[in-house]
Design a protein around this ligand. Sequence first.
Ligand code: AMP
Length: 656
Amino acid sequence: MQNHKKWYDAHLAGFRQDAQIKSFKQYEALYRRSLDTPEIFWAEQAHNYLDWDKKWDFVFRQDVDEARFQWFGGGKLNASFNCLDRHLLHGSKGDKIAYFWEGENPAETKTVTYGELYNDVNRLALWLKAEGAQKGDCVVIYMPMVVEQAVAMLACARIGAIHCVVFTGFSAKPLTNCIQDCQAKIIITADQGYRNGKVVPIKKHVDDALLSCPDVRSVLVLQRGRKETPLIRGRDTWWHQGMERFSANQSVDPEPMDAEDPLFVFYYSGFSDYPKGLVHTHGGYLLYSAMTTRLVFDLKDDDIFWCTTDIGRIAGHSYTVYGSLLNGATGVLYEGGPAYPDYDRYWQMVEKYRVTKFYTTPTLVRLLARQGDDFVHAHDLSSLKLLGSGCEAIGYEAWKWYYDVVGGGKCPIVDTYWQTETGGHVLTPLPGVAPLKPGSCGLPFFGIDPVILDDTGEQTKFPDQEGVLCIRKPWPGMARTVYGDHERYVYPYFSRALDMYFTGDAARQDEDGYYWIMGRVDDVINITGFGLNAEELEAVLYGHPKISEAAVVKFPHPVKGIGIYAFVTLHRRLDKSDALRGELIRKVRTDIGPIAEIDVIQWADALPKTRSGKLLRTVLDKIAANRVDDLGDTSVIADPVVIKGLIEERKKIQGI
Ligand code: AMP
């Protein structure tokens, strides 16, 4: 059991003086108020953090049976206005830098001010309108890490269209599924991107995807490459030519949106089959991302904030785009991979842009820690004031390295626990509040009322008894539904315990009240912060004619934290070969995308099942993790010889 009792508080004295929340006492008082009088608390926050066209009629209403939640009902506002116009109107921030952008090629850089961002968003909004986009239409965005991606999101929000950003780590097939699910008619994309020294053929994926999407009538293509990518006449337009139709001083009035209108659909899983698009709203989501950004990162006006996560992931939405811009902050956007041209690329950029708040994933921390300290020490990181980690468990070793080597022992680490569904952080240390424990996500954010339940639905014993983490009270940032299919929202999140949100994660609370996340209790495999469903990966493997059965599980991976391990049964045993292994790995990468990289394929003569034919995933989990001495009760297995065969085969797999 992870439980590092040593407190880390060396940073606290220096940090506290200027922190927005300076003490545990202050946190506790505000936290209590957020639970005891939520309507007053959230109304105050909505008033402080956002500009409203019309004030809400009520703060909150719910229909528990139907899992319907409404925040700031009747209120009207616009996301693009809140991210841009109001900073220009009241804040005189027209010349403030919104983003420092750097391409993977370090010679390619640009800075974009709030004023320039405003102009670009308006021109793109005009283009969208000219192409017939209307309030409530979905527009799919499939772009590399460029400022234009944020422009595209805000232009959609400005006219009331719903943006659906698909991460370019997913390939043509998942893209088709998302476009079909949200019935988008307009796609905004780029010819290509760059990652780890390679060209990512983005437009090619779009062209392939659109073979099955005849309703798409318009594709806007940002030119990143030097060579001309062929455009399809009548459908495709270069970004620069589309923008040239409008002058820099033309603008679009921001559409007043109901607080509960969808701001975006985020496709989360179901990529190989039925996509699952979580819906986030204008009012509640914006408030929650603005507030968590400001308080968790203790964001100040002069900060340089770098969230390294791709905009195509929820952290990119909530922190790189909305949280940063809503607070009028200066952010950093980097297009490429962390090891290009070498393992000090991130540290070089921290030094160059004088980054003060740096937020990344544990996979990246582990990857960079393995390269040794010299890459870090080669750079002046004295600008750093705070480090963030999120999207997966960081663990003690990586935490310590991040704290000591990167942060020089003076920067707090905020280990933020959250999900696509939660919209923003729900458990996290607040940097000026209390000492840290490596590997713990600290305490609940304001308004979050966590409870840990055992198998029978009873609250677990305090301290330390593990159970499933649920959240008792709704909060503004929570996703409201699954696009076009509310049942798929009700079942996984609200059907286990009455009146509670079920996170799907096991957790425990220690004697100091700190939370520790123990991992997923379902078949979601969280790879570098992106949840992939085991069944979706299996479905792709089943699509290969030589496969008779497949089971995919997670296993501890030295860099990724969690890796993908597939047990595969073939129709003909003679086919077992490394060439076929490679073919299967490539098939999953091609059908789902580079994000779905299978790490190990183990041939299996059969899979362990109960007499009623149910697959025993827990046994496979343990074999994959090489914990074969502790397989638990195997008496339920219909054919125990199967296990022996699997263990023998596991021994042949070296190095993990
Ligand atoms: P996603 O919705 O793709 O961001 O994935 C959410 C999942 O990532 C959660 O359900 C957790 O399993 C995991 N996760 C997120 N943040 C943390 C964290 N700080 N520590 C441990 N696990 C985390």
